[in-house]
Design a protein around this ligand. Structure first.
Ligand code: NDP
Length: 506
């Protein structure tokens, strides 16, 4: 039975930098979540029936309305999440970019495709893409707008309605976006927000949505998948990462160091595609480390204009502290920052050397402002260590002419060459991971198709004298089939010709 919610119960959202209350939101239970999904289903029927052009017009109105209120939205991101103003505005900008891209690419990504009909030459074979209906989006607190928008924008552009459950640490930003959406879209209940803690997310995972797009930790991802399994609801899981960066001896060292510092420390290291570990060629290791430390020491922690803001969650501060203490106890050298340099929700950026894979800081997701740097004797060793992980989200390579070959050896969903995180800023590139980093893709054409159902149509355009889809076959049919099998797939002339053509095309 659906659990009723106490209407007076509210969830409070606090500013992690000051502990001041930012606002409160209702706590929605299974009954409210189910009701939202039911309303979304009505919206989905109307929205899905519109033309791409009509949907694009409304999505554009939504994007413009969000852009018009970008200062207000960024301020809320700053207050709820703790990130500095510049990072908050950057997040709004990246989210808007995805709304624009999803709007522009939906029609192309969902265009029906003719494919070869093979032996059934009298058929026209077509693949077409259709909206799923209602998509449930469960988002994290680290990029409370950009990350869920990577699913929301593409799900909407593909013709679905969305029910969004934000993290309990950052619910107000989602409520604000839903208010803006409600005014911008003519179809009501197209983008709804349900709020509460983990139980509300669990209720959404159990509800009658047609797909769940989840972003968060691997542990919660598993729970979401188990809950969704009851209804066989498909899931898209964007989970954590332990992204490696490799620096070869012919890399542009100052550029690599600058990118490393940004990639590891932006959003105070609370990014799923943060640089979490660095492998540097022996001959340039010391110079690279010196440059990284020099740059890190210039960064300002705290304040509205700081480079690094407050950590959003006290639980994450405890994880970072634990990783640092574990590393130090196992022999890591602290060059700046360190476990003693943590004050409340602020962590001084930390550079570690002499690290190895026995340490949590090299094997588990730290999700904080930490740069562990490991010296490697060869690029083969760098690749082996980079791939020695249960995760597989992002990665980066800094090298000269061998960069592309090095990148191809990394077992990850995404790789940046001579840059960090750039794959996330290119909206046409699909985003997602393998292993404990999850599966499925957001962004790009794949991100649109992720929120569609695929339909295959075989249309007979002409009847042939021999109809294989009939019980009315001549007596010698088995004999003929035996001949055909040999001819088409064995040593027959037709099989040889097909194989020859395939080789020619390679
Ligand atoms: P969590 O896994 O703790 O939470 C993610 C979301 O799931 C939150 O909205 C949370 O709600 C909700 N939730 C909690 N319990 C349940 C449940 N039983 N059923 C359904 N939903 C539930 O992750 P964090 O918020 O801590 O986010 C950080 C993690 O997200 C990191 O591991 C990071 O790497 C990953 N991440 C991955 C990205 C990617 O694209 N691959 C991008 C950004 C982050 P509540 O907060 O209210 O408990």
């Amino acid at each position: 039975m659906a659990t009723a919610t106490n209407p007076t119960e509210r969830l409070s959202s606090y500013n992690p930098a000051t502990n001041d209350l930012v606002g409160t939101v209702p706590i929605h239970g299974q009954a409210e979540v189910d009701a939202a999904v039911a309303r979304a289903r009505v919206a989905a029927a109307r929205w899905g029936a519109l033309s791409f052009a009509a949907r694009a017009e409304e999505l554009t109105a939504f994007r413009k309305a969000l852009a018009a209120r970008s200062d207000e939205v960024a301020e809320l991101l700053h207050l709820e999440n703790g990130k500095p103003d510049l990072e908050a505005l950057t997040e709004v900008m990246m989210a808007l970019g995805h709304i624009q891209h999803a709007t522009a690419c939906a029609e192309g990504a969902m265009a029906p495709r003719r494919v070869s009909s093979g032996l059934l030459a009298n058929f026209r074979a077509t693949i077409s893409y259709h909206p799923l209906g209602v998509v449930g989006v469960i988002g994290p607190w680290n990029y409370p707008l950009f990350t869920p928008m990577g699913s929301i924008a593409y799900a909407l552009a593909a013709g679905n309605a969305v029910v969004w459950k934000p993290s309990e640490l950052t619910p107000l930003i989602a409520v604000k976006v839903a208010e803006i959406a409600a005014k911008a879209f003519a179809v009501s209940d197209l983008l709804q927000v349900v709020t509460g803690a983990g139980a509300t997310g669990a209720a959404l995972a159990k509800s009658a949505v047609d797909k769940i797009a989840f972003t968060g930790s691997p542990g919660t991802g598993r729970r979401v998948m188990m809950a969704a399994a009851e209804r066989l609801t498909p899931v898209l899981l964007e989970l954590g990462g332990k992204d490696p960066m490799i620096v070869a001896d012919d890399a542009d060292l100052p550029k690599a160091a600058e990118a490393c510092v940004y990639g590891a420390l932006t959003n105070a290291g609370q990014a799923c595609i943060s640089v979490e570990r660095v492998y540097v060629a022996e001959s340039v290791h010391d110079r690279f480390v010196d440059e990284v430390v020099k740059q890190v020491r210039t960064l300002k922690v705290g304040g509205d204009d700081g480079d690094l803001g407050a950590m959003t969650s006290p639980a994450q501060v405890a994880i970072v502290k634990d990783h640092l203490e574990d590393a130090v106890a196992k022999g890591a050298k602290v060059l700046t920052g360190g476990p003693a340099a943590i004050t409340g929700s602020y962590i001084q950026p930390t550079v570690l050397t002499d690290v190895d894979h026995r340490m949590k800081v090299m094997s588990d997701e730290t999700f904080g402002p930490v740069i562990p740097i490991k010296r490697v004797g060869s690029l083969d060793e760098a690749v082996r260590l980079a791939n020695d992980t249960r995760y597989g989200l992002g990665s980066s390579v800094f090298a000269g002419k061998g960069a592309r070959a090095l990148a191809d050896k990394l077992r990850a969903g995404m790789t940046s060459i001579n840059s960090v995180m750039s794959f996330a800023g290119i909206p046409s590139l699909p985003f997602g991971g393998i292993g404990d980093s999850g599966f499925g893709r957001i962004h790009g054409d794949e991100g649109i198709r992720e929120f569609t159902r695929i339909k295959s149509t075989a249309e007979q355009v002409m009847a042939l004298p021999v109809n294989m889809m009939s019980f009315r076959q001549p007596k010698d049919a088995p004999k003929r089939l035996r001949g055909m099998i040999k001819q088409l797939y064995g040593d027959g002339v037709l099989a040889k010709a097909t194989d020859w053509f395939r080789k020619l095309r390679q």
